[in-house]
Design a protein around this ligand. Sequence first.
Ligand code: SAM
Length: 269
Amino acid sequence: MEFAEFERSGWARRSGTYDDGFGAMTAGLHDRLLAEAGAAPGLRLLEVGCGTGRLAAAAVRLGAEVVATDAVGPMVLEAARALPGVRVLRAGLPGLPFGAGEFEGAVGAFVINHVPDPVAAVQDLARVVAPGGRVVLSCWDTLAANRAQGVFFDAVTEAGAARPAGLPSSSPFAPYATPERFAGLLETGGLTGVEVHRVGWTHRVAPGDWWRAVLTGTVLTSSLIEGQDAATTGRIRAGYDALVARWAEPDGTVALPVAALVAVGRAVG
Ligand SMILES: C[S@@+](CC[C@H](N)C(=O)[O-])C[C@H]1O[C@@H](n2cnc3c(N)ncnc32)[C@H](O)[C@@H]1O
């Protein structure tokens, strides 16, 4: 399946189950992203790939004037429900329906890794942010660092599971997923003063809840498991349980290490 359609249809299927599972984990980075964006009372802030609206809600609490956007209609509906009084609209990267310099900042949490053309996406963000305003984007760090997702890929490999047919061969963002290359992407897209930070946090969750969160709140990771037969799925689940046990807490939860890259650049107009 073509990448953009794989992503759009995948996220549409996840819209009703994303928020309190996988969305509770990504929210661990939202305050940092808003701080990097300079979110403050009155700041005209664009959010791209808003999902169910958690980051926009946090920006509103800081007093920012937020416009929240997502490429996928059912996600826009979820966000609109969660953000009364906030302008929420369907708009994808690239192709934002805004004029040059309309915003004083832009932020996208874990969306650049889902767009069909990362360079065009950054160019679009650089265009709609006024000179001096910040564009802040995050992606995942390596699976070796980002164990909350790495355990799933390891469990799939250990189970000897074949890659289901029909998945896109790779993400257009994959070549940019290192600090140096992520910085280069923002510079190529027209931003200046670019910095990329490695950020880690801990996600505490019951192991069974995290298994369900990833199966109902991701597109690519879940599709590696969804298409498997029952025996293979059982082996993947057993491998997953063994891997996460390393981070077991006395209360029955696991304290999973999460790791992301946060890129910040300034628009030049
Ligand atoms: C991993 S979720 C992140 C959601 C939210 N930002 C968060 O931090 O939890 C990725 C989001 O990007 C959206 N998305 C995928 N492709 C997109 C594109 N080309 N432009 C804008 N949004 C896109 C999806 O619909 C989904 O809501």
